[in-house]
Design a protein around this ligand. Structure first.
Ligand code: FE2
Length: 385
């Protein structure tokens, strides 16, 4: 058991979890403002009928909704700039984001920067954000990032070949809605990618240098649930029990990472996403087993207890139990079709300096339990090739 230590708990004012939790959105939104700015992604929310039901519910509650559609994967700073301008033009007083991690990150960024003047790219490059944010509500439609319970937004600035996070306390959603019903139509490949992102986040926050007495039980529970149910959900998307456990696991992993931060997988995955457009969950899956092996000498007892808790190993020797967990993780990624060599995505040696530079600067890398040197990142990229 981890010692009391000192840590910070960051979480939304309310988290509404459960089948049908989305029905509570109008009442929750009415408490925040009268003119919500509704941020959504592609057409699937509209085609599935969810968007129509949601907007009708908000309007019945007396709210004047401004819709902002078309958030792309890995939202670009230009998209956030357009959203901020549209929000200000409509005089909106709050933001609701309904979608996967990209949509929620966009919604949080638009709310977080609503009172700022500088272009979004400057904040991604490191400019500080004032705490005067508009309140936001995040409703997730995938079991992945756990973005509905974090104050972080990951954005892409193609002009600077930069994928980085912005964060400020005011970007934490006032209300998070994690409704497993919304994930039921997510196709198998996306279920696998988002689930492996959530699993990676659980594992990284469990052993990060910021891991603490609050985050540890959440991360452990998250990894166990996701490990047990991810393959089932990929094979049988309509399995309600699997969807509920994945939704809960991803949300708990989000709470864990908001307190404990992440590790080297995320430090490298972000520049890979920025340079090659690699799906975030797939990048995580490609790196996770090797980064676990890199960290194992320092965190073997924790990996061992995770492996035993997940029922993967009965080994009493920590080093052997740790090896079992890493082998199991590699098999899981392979089973889900996420172990293709990086070379297939266009990874080139001449890009190494840019990737290594971004990885070394990342806050996730700084939270990795084992100190990371540039040559360690190069070694991991070589293995992934
Ligand atoms: Fe992630």
């Amino acid at each position: 058991m981890i010692g009391p230590g000192s840590f910070t708990i960051r979480c939304p004012r309310e988290v509404l979890f459960g089948w049908g939790a989305i029905d509570n959105l109008p009442a929750a939104a009415a408490k925040l403002g009268a003119k919500p700015f509704l941020v959504v992604g592609g057409g699937s929310l509209r085609a599935g009928g969810v968007l129509g039901t949601v907007t009708a519910g908000l309007e019945e509650a007396g709210l004047v909704v401004t819709l902002f559609e078309g958030i792309e994967h890995d939202p670009a700073v230009e998209t956030i700039d357009r959203g901020r301008a549209a929000l200000n033009a409509a005089g909106c007083d709050s933001v609701i984001a309904i979608g996967g991690g990209s949509v929620m990150d966009a919604g949080k960024a638009i709310a977080g920067l609503a009172n700022e003047d500088a272009p979004t790219g400057e904040f991604v490059a490191g400019k500080g954000i004032s705490p005067q944010c508009l309140p936001n509500i995040c409703c997730t439609t995938t079991s992945g990032t756990g973005s509905e319970v974090t104050h972080v937004s990951v954005l892409t600035d193609k002009g600077r070949s930069l994928k980085a996070s912005i964060r400020t306390e005011g970007m934490m959603p006032s209300v998070a809605i994690t409704d497993p019903q919304l994930t039921i139509s997510v196709p198998p490949e996306q279920t696998a990618f988002t689930g492996l992102d959530a699993f990676t986040q659980a594992v990284e926050s469990y052993v990060s240098s910021g891991a603490n007495a609050f985050s540890d039980p959440l991360a452990l529970d998250a990894a166990t649930r996701i490990g047990q149910w991810l393959v089932v959900a990929c094979e049988d998307g309509g399995n309600r029990e699997a969807r509920e456990n994945l939704s809960l696991g991803s949300m708990l992993a989000g709470l864990a990472l908001a307190s404990a931060r992440l590790g080297l997988v995320h430090g490298i995955a972000h520049p890979l996403g920025a340079l090659y457009g690699l799906a975030h969950g797939e990048a995580c899956a490609l790196l996770l087993p090797d980064v676990m092996a890199f960290n194992a000498p320092l965190v073997a007892p924790k990996f061992a207890s995770l492996g035993r808790e997940m029922g993967i190993t009965g080994e009493l020797n920590d080093d052997k139990a740790c090896e079992d967990l890493i082998a199991w993780t590699e098999e899981l990624c392979e089973k889900l079709g996420c172990r293709r060599p990086f070379a297939g995505f266009g990874l080139r040696r001449e890009d190494y300096p840019a990737i290594v530079g971004a990885a070394m600067k990342s806050g996730s890398t700084k939270a990795n339990p084992r100190k990371v040197r540039e040559e360690d990142v190069v070694g991991l990229l070589d293995k992934a090739m």
